[in-house]
Design a protein around this ligand. Structure first.
Ligand code: IPE
Ligand code: MG
Length: 253
């Protein structure tokens, strides 16, 4: 008997559309080299540049990277200052090329707490690339999954208080429209290098059916070959979204 055709949302799609990455391991990378952590973070920006090019080359359309979490404020002030300087470092060297190559840049996360200069830089990068649609790069900065869910709940509550919405309007889709990731497809694949196996408050709502892949490489060493390996592991997964595999439906029938 011929195998039934799979629906697009079932089984192992060869290629994820949206990949999200927890950029982790900068500190350990620097420590192994006897360098200050700040140099690990700078090397991490180089890895980001390589990985954005690699993702586009491998046919990924959406890439979301975790740059700074709402919990990273608890690091020493000097390290926080170094991390705050990274978007500037990245945009100064790359925004013209990203703009030219059709990349739309968005920064998700709370703007409160960021310096006026950084907010202007982010707004400029977003405005310059707003018309692009060849590739979508989302940078999570001052982002936390729980903070974003709380912010979304507050925005919905405000809409109810103002008479613009009713409690019964709230379902999953309505809620998601208040998140920082509104309008983005959920990540098919979330990758975390550095050997740690946790989400660390990244895309909590959006990760409901993401495949998770953990890789034993520190972020500053990351590049095309590691992303290829992650995609190969993804292609071997069986995505069922809570349903059962088509073959098992037939076997049970
Ligand atoms: C990732 O590297 C950068 C951020 C979380 C901002 P880390 O700084 O977490 O590096 P490790 O985990 O200490 O090696
Ligand atoms: Mg870390």
């Amino acid at each position: 008997m011929a195998a039934p055709e799979k629906t697009p949302s079932e089984g192992a799609p060869a290629q994820p559309l949206h990949v999200a990455i927890v950029m982790d391991g900068n500190g350990r990378w620097a420590k192994r080299r006897g360098m200050p952590r700040s140099l690990g973070h700078r090397a991490g920006v180089e890895a980001l540049k390589r990985t954005v090019s690699a993702a586009a080359e491998l046919g990924i359309r959406w890439l979301t990277v975790f740059g700074f979490s709402t919990e990273n404020w608890s690091r020493p002030a000097a390290e926080v200052a170094e991390l705050m300087a990274l978007p500037k470092r990245y945009f100064e060297s790359d925004i013209a090329r990203l703009e030219r190559e059709g990349v739309r840049v968005r920064v998700i996360g709370r703007r409160e707490g960021l310096s006026g200069e950084l907010v202007r830089l982010i707004e400029d990068a977003e405005a310059r690339t707003a018309g692009n649609d060849a590739f979508f790069l989302n940078i999570a900065f001052n982002y936390g999954g729980q903070a974003d869910i709380a912010d979304a709940a507050r925005r919905f509550a405000e809409a109810v208080a103002a008479g613009r919405a009713k409690p019964s309007d709230l379902d999953e889709a309505a809620f998601a429209s208040h998140l920082a990731t509104a309008g983005l497809p959920p990540p098919d694949l979330i990758v975390r290098p550095s050997g740690e196996q946790r989400l660390s408050n990244f895309l909590l709502w959006e990760a409901a059916y993401s495949e998770l892949i953990f890789q034993d490489v520190l972020w500053p060493d990351y590049g095309l070959e590691h992303l290829k390996a992650a995609l190969a592991a993804y292609a071997a997964r069986d995505r069922r979204y809570g349903a059962v595999a088509q073959d098992d439906v037939l076997a049970a029938g």
